[in-house]
Design a binder for this molecule. Structure first.
Ligand SMILES: [Ca+2]
Ligand SMILES: [Ca+2]
Length: 362
């Protein structure tokens, strides 16, 4: 299998979703237990001394977690009751400048800057997948390349390119840079990179429940971080894809790729870009049936499932990311909804995935 195709497959991304329809008859709701589903003990230790500058206190409370409208996917149901303790959250996505300070202080090398470790990546692929050419295992990451005409939205390889040399320093590959984009969100960071940043900062990634609670900003059962008003009405509310995906972007919101953080209005909690700009890694493993285990009860600070499972790619361990990106469009994933769940292997970085951090209010 070509590494390019393989990586795009793993990316699973681009909004490849759990179907809304019931699973076909061969599916078992019991996750396939595999050697790849063992828990990863990489939870960073929070520090009481963590710097709260640039963070806002999210007051704890109860909410209904899960899908609110007919755009919601099967894995966003059932809606279930959750109680969240107060916590501090970054008001904006971690920027290139912030990530550069971390790298400067620690000499950290991101996943995308290292050669692909075949022994690791093959665990996420169907057994027997042949090893690609060494040249195809060189450091690389996924870059969005628009098509020149309408294409089937089922084939993500039409607009994702596995590009050598693409990483957080060179978001579009060799020759590109972050000069002038210091206040844009960092991208091409894997889940491991995000966790390493958190460890350095004495913070942690939000749980999926904390993220959704914060995004809702106190609105009950609203579809978006700003309420229920249509994304396209009034002034621009978020950096998304406007026009026809993936070949025509009208840029009504002003940006084709990432926007500087805080370019649009904050939600009720003072959080910017919870919808759109870049996807944001959460701490949780992804399991498509996780919400079913929480149905009919109230869960206090849920930490996510103990195992990962996505029937689309049963061999891949995945983590959740939230909020959608500059590539999201209603015709595709509508990832900017409060309850939308993205699932990606934790070693996958891309041009539209970043993160923000939280600290428990102890
Ligand atoms: Ca845009
Ligand atoms: Ca975002």
């Amino acid at each position: 299998m070509n590494i390019r195709y393989m990586s795009i497959l793993l990316f699973a991304l681009a909004c490849q979703q759990t179907p809304k329809q019931p699973q076909t008859a061969g599916h078992s709701c019991t996750p396939t237990q595999s050697r790849f589903n063992s828990p990863v003990s990489t939870t960073p230790q929070e520090s009481n001394e963590a710097n709260k500058e640039g963070m806002v206190l999210i007051p704890g409370g109860a909410f209904s977690m899960g899908g609110d409208d007919d755009q919601a996917w099967r894995d966003e149901y059932p809606k279930h009751e959750v109680v969240i303790d107060s916590f501090w959250m970054d008001v904006h996505e971690v920027t290139n400048a912030q990530f550069a300070a971390f790298v400067e202080a620690t000499d950290y090398v991101t996943t995308a800057e290292k050669a692909v470790d075949w022994e690791e990546i093959k665990k996420e692929l169907p057994p027997g997948t042949p090893k690609p050419d060494a040249s195809q295992l060189a450091p690389a990451s996924l870059v969005f390349v628009p098509t020149d005409k309408p294409v089937s939205l089922r084939d993500v390889s039409q607009w994702w390119q596995w590009r050598q040399g693409a990483n957080w320093r060179q978001p579009e590959g060799p020759g590109s840079s972050t000069v002038g984009k210091e206040n844009h969100p960092v991208v091409h960071v894997s889940w491991f990179d995000a966790v390493a940043y958190c460890e350095w900062a004495g913070k942690r990634l939000p749980t999926e429940a904390e993220w959704e609670y914060a995004s809702r900003g106190g609105f009950k059962d609203a579809v978006y971080a700003w309420g229920n008003e249509d994304l396209r009405s009034g002034t621009s509310k978020a950096n998304t894809w406007e026009g026809s995906f993936p070949y025509k972007n009208d840029k009504i919101d002003g940006f084709y790729f990432t926007a500087p953080v805080q370019s649009y209005q904050a939600n009720n909690y003072g959080l910017y870009d919870m919808a759109g700009n870049v996807w944001e890694w959460c701490a949780d493993l992804y399991h498509e049936d996780y919400y079913k285990t929480l149905a009919g009860k109230t869960t206090h600070n849920p930490q996510g499932p103990e195992t990962s499972y996505d029937s689309n790619e049963p061999y891949a361990l995945k983590r959740v990311s939230r909020g959608g990106s500059f590539l999201c469009h209603d015709s595709y994933c509508s990832g900017y909804r409060n309850s939308m769940r993205m699932k990606t292997t934790p070693d996958t970085g891309s041009m539209h995935t970043g993160f923000r951090t939280v600290v428990s209010a102890l």
